[in-house]
Write a protein that binds this ligand. Structure first.
Ligand SMILES: Cc1ncc(COP(=O)(O)O)c(C=O)c1O
Length: 370
């Protein structure tokens, strides 16, 4: 049982290198400090249509964009409710993809899994084989683009191309911790649903989730009585069409921050943003290989989260605490009890750049005496 602990407001400022929430620009935080306005006012239409259309432009997609108050898990649940009548094939290779399977089971769906050991990546050939050999006509195949628990970047582009050969099977991608820092051509690879949370590579304060939905996925939901109310594609997109607003009261202040940050993202552009993230990822991998080893299967390392295998047997918890205390930098241990001390993770996403990542790695070197 947790006991009440007073929030004092008196905490040292930390630089976040965790895989989200990540650093947010000061003026983006400040953008939230406007007097409140009503979610049915014209001003709200200005705000919501701006952030929706800017997001389409940034992600370079003609598909529909929904931005709702909540976290990415909202769309993990609602996409399954909206698209799956009976059978879903969930590819699993870490904690978040296993969550996707668990969510589908709780919703009463028939869940088949294509399972990989943590640290391995999902292979398009295996997905093809499963779809070819199975007697089941799956309503959807799911995949996590960036397994934040293991630092694996799954080849969702190739998997999307495989699933596209099955027109009645929809492809659902959890891109939390990737979108905004790792470019994917959503339309070209027939990704029906792809969602993220804004506190990751979008570098915004938490509170909103973004979902990109194909016309086919929208159509598919229309005939379903069991579709989600809150995360329903139809309700959200029809409301947008008619009013340019959300169906229920959104986190207006966070949307103000979103507007500000999305302008910066558009200024940088997705190609430059992708390149910056690649540079951070390559540097971190090189550093990790020099001192430790990378945990993910070679060739499938994430562009936004480095999961580093603790080959030196350092005390991960102690190192994190020392770096925190001496430098006010916060990075992450491995995910859960399985990887807690065996790995550690560095989130190189959002507002970070090569210099800020180098500052962290030298702090780790100093503390551990590497
Ligand atoms: C890959 C992935 N999926 C889903 C989630 C859950 O996101 P949220 O906490 O925004 O619901 C996370 C969070 O870290 C994640 O990394």
């Amino acid at each position: 049982m947790s006991e009440r602990r007073e929030y004092t407001g008196d905490y040292p400022e930390k630089t976040l290198y965790v895989p989200g929430p990540t650093e947010v620009r000061e003026d983006v935080i400040e953008a939230m400090c406007e007097p409140m306005f009503g979610h049915r006012m014209d001003r709200m239409t200005d705000l919501y249509t701006t952030i929706v259309e800017d997001t389409k432009e940034f992600l370079d997609t003609d598909n529909n964009v929904i931005i709702l108050t909540g976290s990415g898990t909202e769309f993990m649940e609602s996409s399954l409710l909206n698209l799956v009548d009976e059978d879903v094939l969930v590819t699993t290779c870490g904690s978040f993809s296993e969550r996707q399977a668990n969510v589908a089971e709780r919703l009463g769906k028939n869940v088949d899994t294509l399972e990989y050991e943590w640290g391995r990546a999902v292979k398009p050939g295996d997905v093809r084989e499963r779809l070819e050999e199975s007697d089941t006509d799956y309503d959807a195949v799911t995949c996590v683009m960036n397994e934040s628990s293991t630092g694996v970047r799954n080849p969702i582009e190739e998997i999307g191309d495989v699933v596209a050969e099955y027109p009645d099977t929809y492809f659902v991608v959890d891109a939390v911790s990737a979108l905004g820092g790792d470019y994917v051509n959503i339309d070209e690879h027939d990704i029906d649903v792809i969602f993220t949370s804004v506190q990751k590579a979008f570098a915004m304060p938490p509170g909103l989730a973004v979902c990109v939905v194909s016309d086919e996925a929208y159509e598919r939901e229309l005939g379903k009585d069991s579709a989600s109310w809150y995360g329903g594609f139809q309700r959200s997109l029809d409301y947008y069409d008619r009013k340019g607003q959300t169906h229920s009261t959104p986190a207006i202040s966070v949307m103000l921050a979103y507007r500000k940050q999305m302008k910066y993202m558009l200024e940088e552009g997705h190609a430059a943003r992708d390149q910056r993230h690649l540079e951070m990822a390559e540097y971190t991998r090189e550093w990790a290989r020099e001192h430790f080893a990378m945990f993910p299967e070679a060739g499938y390392e994430s562009q936004t989260v480095a999961c580093i295998e603790n080959t030196q047997g350092i005390d991960v918890a102690e190192t994190i605490a020392a770096v925190d205390e001496q430098y006010d930098f916060v990075f992450s241990n491995g995910y859960g009890s399985q990887l807690g001390e065996k790995t550690f993770r560095i989130g190189h996403m959002g507002e970070h750049d090569l210099e800020s990542i180098k500052t962290l790695t030298s702090a780790i070197e100093n503390v551990t005496g590497l």
